[in-house]
Design a protein around this ligand. Sequence first.
Ligand code: CAA
Length: 383
Amino acid sequence: MDFALPDDLLALQRAVRTFAQREIAPVAAELDRHPRFPWPTLRKLGDLGALGVMTPEVHGGLGLGQLALAVLLEEIAATDAAHATIAAVTNGLPQALLLEHGSEAQHERWLGKLATGAWIGAFCLTEPHAGSDAAALRTRATKVDGGYVLEGTKAWITSGGEAQLYLVLAKTDPAAGARGVSAFLVERGTDGVSFGPPERKLGQHAAITTGMRFDGAFVPDGQRLGAEGQGFVMAMGSLDGGRIGIAAQAIGIARAAFEAAVRYAGERTAFGQPIREYQGVSFKIADMATRIEAARLLTHRAAWLKDRGYRVTGEASMAKLFASETAVAVTDAAVQVFGGYGYSAEYPVERYLRDARVTTLYEGTSEIQRIVIERQVRREFER
Ligand code: CAA
């Protein structure tokens, strides 16, 4: 058993940490106050290879695995969660699906653009009435000569309107339930595709989120990904990896809040001594450290197993559940350590708390993770 990261991942970790501190940290608070999609820093992340971590080098990516992506996302999120969300989605959902299920022609057409960060990818599963119950989606893809016509509405699309490539799940056979869903690659600018205004959110403001409409949008046969009817299973498979990425992001946010709280607890004095000398603060710090460590172990183990070809549906959900709830608890505790200053925008911890909150919601709520975990437990016991 070896808990040490290999040398190449330690080097990647150092490079991303340095980059994030130099390029992202100076703009993070400003992007939170005045949200805009952070194209300048995303371009630089692309140059670093951070937007094509698992895509092979022949297509312009780093050719690394899920553990590398987890290490990288934690580092980005420790500086700014919004950048990490954009990076997690483009790496982990559309790009990972294209890599796994795309034809050679589809790889040639889109992988290089995504892997280098020239294009950002988005994932379009959720609909206004179908979030947790994803198979209840209603967007229709009707077969016509040479392709499909898409009709319907998507919701909560990360990078909506900014991304250039959208992986869209739509029903080709509504009577077949989850088995009647197919996946399509749709470029921004396609006739009949439009976006709503950016959603007003609690946090992660620069990770622009919009609705999306399809009004008779024609998508050629060559833009269907995988076989007809395979879309839902493919999407669920990609969420196994995606959830590991969100777990890593949650750890990064928690770490940032934890480090800020530890520093503050050593500097701030009350009743004649630094506040860390009081058990009310020191026990909080001990609990924060323990939870972050446990979350990272679950996350790295899930990533490590996935890199070795194991199905990690249960492990990914455990990591996502534990890490996201850790992020909410740790950022909340950090605000408490800061006292009144924790509530002030003068310090970053209130932003960390707002940014952390969505990690228990997107890529499956905590309740959905528990459903997935319990189903895996049941399967193990029934074997
Ligand atoms: N890997 C491979 N196949 C899988 C799978 C997985 N992880 N999970 C399910 N499947 C397969 C099943 O085996 C089944 O196949 P068969 O037809 O052969 O039996 C099929 O998919 C349907 O699965 P279920 O019967 O389990 O489907 P369900 O309707 O009961 O739903 C669910 C399962 C887990 C609750 C699912 O709906 C779910 O994950 N919901 C949450 C949706 C979600 O996470 N959305 C996130 C949106 S993306 C996002 O947030 C990104 C962002 O912007 C930040």
